[in-house]
Unconditional design. Sequence first.
Length: 436
Amino acid sequence: MIRTVDLRGKTLTKAGYLSELPRASLDVAEAVRLIEPILERVKNGNEEDLIALAQEFDGVTPPSIRVPTAALEVALASLDPGIRAALELSIERVRKVHNDQVREDKTTVVVDGGLVTEKWIPVDRVGLYVPGGRAVYPSSVMMNVIPAQIAKVPSIAVASPPQKDFQGLPHPTILATCALLGITEVYAVGGAQAIALFAYGMSGVAEKCDLVTGPGNIYVAAAKRALRGTIGIDSEAGPTEIAILADKSALPGDVAADLISQAEHDVIAAAILVTNSPSLAEAVVAELHIRVAAAKHSTRIREALSGIQSAIVLVDSIDQGIDVVNAYAAEHLEIQTENARVDSEKIRNAGAVFIGRFSPVSLGDYSAGSNHVLPTGGCACHSSGLSVQSFLRGLHFIEYQQQAFLDLVPTVLTLSSAEDLPAHGQAMSARLENLS
């Protein structure tokens, strides 16, 4: 069901460990080529073109691309009370964590009369994408909307694919969550066409956005790549990943259940166990056989676990295991070891780190308070998950008085001459001609 990679007795470079743990093949460049006609149709089209694309790709005809406010209100009024309570609790916790991410403006007195102030200013307008398909993701509404709201983005739009089962509207739980969060601008559009709508805008339908965030399939990732520059993006999200660093203290049932939880997403989802305990590895395999057979989405899970992107990795020690998981830079990393907190302090590369038996990835997916829009495909070695910061820009405001300026004239003249940019220096010396 899942392959074994034996790294015992090996000391490899970061690249060496990565070569032993390949990820699922994902040809985003080819997907970019395939979606180019869609991007052009949206760029030069109108609402009828978006409806035609929904018919083609979603098998349904939305009555309109903009979801009526009444549909949002009906979805919220019809929401199961238990689901509403769970959403409200999760919203509260996500807000609590993200409120602590707010950046404060800072003024630095460089010299007397010379100030540089860094102000954190939100983007003007964002488009937030919430995928459909195999599952329903009200959690992704929360994870995108809440940090944007805390960043004080003045204009927020959400797009989610139209559903055949709901008369061409996005799933009602998606709509209800938008309503809970006070989002009224929602579009029934999915895939590459949704990203294009946010990037280009469309007369009579939607205004252009400055930034688009949120996970999606390969065509969403391809649209983000193709339109980056026309619009800002958070990342090119790939298949979900879980890596678990565990020793003999871990419970095989816990580990197997957590691997399955992420394999449930997609046939190309990655599930990695890194352990120095062969007995744990054997017990986890036995648990997988039992639990996968009993799972609702067993076929999908089995394919994900048997793919090249998933493995049980045997190492000599937890220290070597830490090197392996730092090289892999998983989207989600669980630490299930005897000294989980101490071991977690050595982690440098991961989207989010879950420490100890009672911190499974599922908590972070919904209600821990952390954000679940995280870097995939090894991008955690250079990128962070979605946060309030994702929606802010740091602007420097420079203000120098006359004497502070005069003190710097010789320095700037010297440097502009060294760079052979004399006009830069002349912009300084021109001010010497009219001093009060």
